[in-house]
Design a protein around this ligand. Structure first.
Ligand code: S3P
Length: 435
């Protein structure tokens, strides 16, 4: 039996809340903290299953990590050359970020290791990291179709390389920059479009010079990392469900506190504003090298738009929520240039189209996106999330504009990125129960 969400129709969102810590930053803080020299304290850590998989992997490689509270992590870093061979395969659970970034870390170690994942992760493409890592001298075996488990052969000498990426992917960029820490000379990554730059920022915070020029980032091998405190902001990808929920429900007025607003992550705000949303970015500040702000969002009538392609990588995780905004907008919304959505935790184009269809929304599946015809009310209905956390939460907020209850199946994985979602959303006014 897995968790089912039942969400009563209608209502609005109000009050002030802080969503859990940023998933991307939490993963990176564990990794760099473990590889640094000295003690790193992380506050605001996301105690979701994905980041806990990363944490457990480093514990399995001999790193002492304490968690005095769920959101505080203290790591006694072992330095670049202090990891020990794990006794068993490292289980990355549902997390593509953990598996791909760990590939970069493990490729440069003296010992062999194996990375495994859950059913969803075992279907996800890994050649995008294994092939460029091989160009640096890494030896990684995948299954025949390039999927996990990954067997990483230790003891290779890695060489710096200038990579030009075909896919705009922060995970691939980060894996290569991390492998660069154990490589001879300089490792550079040129990306086709800007993607989240948390790795570059945090490496700099840990004392590693990152040479950045336009779309290129470079690190030099064997630069030691120095422990540094990390304060993790609230995850804009989790805030996105509330940005959309408040935008589509009349009477909503919600304040989201301390949200990370790194410009490589704020595509969701730009897209919602293009649709007519009312979102104010208040009290901008910088914390630990990352921009943070409070976001006030109020109900506003939304219009359908053609989503600018250059915003796609900057909102890559927010499309399930944005599709709900589009379903409640006047007119048509078209997304193209987003084929990456097909290889996320689920095929987010097909799975969202199926769920929207169940709620009476007309949509046309495109190879690289979706065309959605907005309507004033959604129908009541039953939706399958296919174990994808962001699909589950997106349909939960859709109930705010439905005529009857929305039931969502297979919601266990919400805990990978947003532990306590149902409770926090209920506090803001969503009629959600989890059973
Ligand atoms: C992430 C990068 C993105 C994103 C994922 C987190 C990261 O993946 O979808 O949720 O932390 O680097 P891609 O690099 O595959 O686009």
């Amino acid at each position: 039996m897995t968790t089912t969400f039942t969400v009563a129709a209608g209502g609005s969102l109000g009050g002030s809340l802080r969503v859990p810590g940023d998933k991307s930053i939490s993963h990176r803080a564990i990794m760099l903290g473990a590889l640094a020299e000295g003690r790193t304290t992380i506050t605001g850590f996301l105690d979701g299953e994905d980041c806990l998989a990363t944490l457990a992997a480093f514990q399995a490689m001999g790193v002492a990590i304490e968690r005095p509270e769920p959101n505080t992590v203290i790591i006694d870093g072992v330095g670049l050359h202090g990891l020990k061979a794990p006794a068993a395969p490292l289980d990355m659970g549902n997390s593509g970020t953990a598996m791909r970034l760990m590939c970069g870390v493990l490729a440069g170690q003296a010992f062999d290791s194996t990375l495994v994942g859950d059913e969803s992760l075992n279907r996800r493409p890994m050649r995008r990291v294994t092939e460029p890592l091989a160009r640096m001298g890494a030896r990684i075996d995948a299954d025949g179709d390039g999927t996990p488990p990954l067997r990483i052969h230790g003891g290779q000498s890695l060489r710096g390389h200038k990579h030009t990426l075909a896919v705009a992917s922060a995970q691939v960029k980060s894996a290569l920059l991390l492998a660069g820490l154990w490589s001879e000379g300089e490792t550079c990554v040129i990306e086709p479009a800007p993607t989240r730059d948390h790795t570059e920022r945090m490496l700099q915070g840990f004392g590693c010079t990152v040479r950045r020029e336009r779309r290129m980032a470079c690190v030099t091998g064997d630069t030691p990392l120095r422990a540094s405190p990390v304060e993790v902001p609230a995850d804009i990808s989790s805030a996105a469900f509330f940005l959309v929920g408040a935008s589509i429900s009349r009477g909503s007025d919600l304040l989201l506190q301390h949200v990370g607003v790194n410009p490589t992550r704020t595509g969701v705000i730009d897209i919602l504003r293009l649709m007519g949303a009312s979102i104010e970015v208040l009290d901008r500040r910088e914390i630990g090298g990352e921009p943070v702000a409070d976001l006030r969002v109020r109900w506003a009538p939304l219009q359908g738009i053609a989503i600018p392609t250059e915003l796609v990588p900057l909102a890559i995780d927010e499309f399930p929520a944005l599709f709900i905004a589009a379903a409640c907008a006047e007119g048509q919304t078209v997304l193209t240039g987003a084929e990456e959505l097909r290889v996320k935790e689920s095929d987010r184009i097909q799975v969202m189209a199926d769920g929207l269809g169940a709620l009476g929304v007309d949509c046309e599946v495109l190879p690289d996106g979706l065309r959605i015809q907005g309507r004033s009310r959604l129908r009541e209905g039953v939706v399958q999330s296919h174990g994808d956390h962001r699909i589950a939460m997106s349909f939960a907020i859709a109930a705010l504009r439905a005529d009857g209850a929305v039931t969502i199946h297979d919601c266990d994985n919400v805990a990978t990125s947003f532990p306590g979602f149902a409770q926090l959303a209920r506090g803001a006014g969503l009629g959600i129960t989890a059973s």
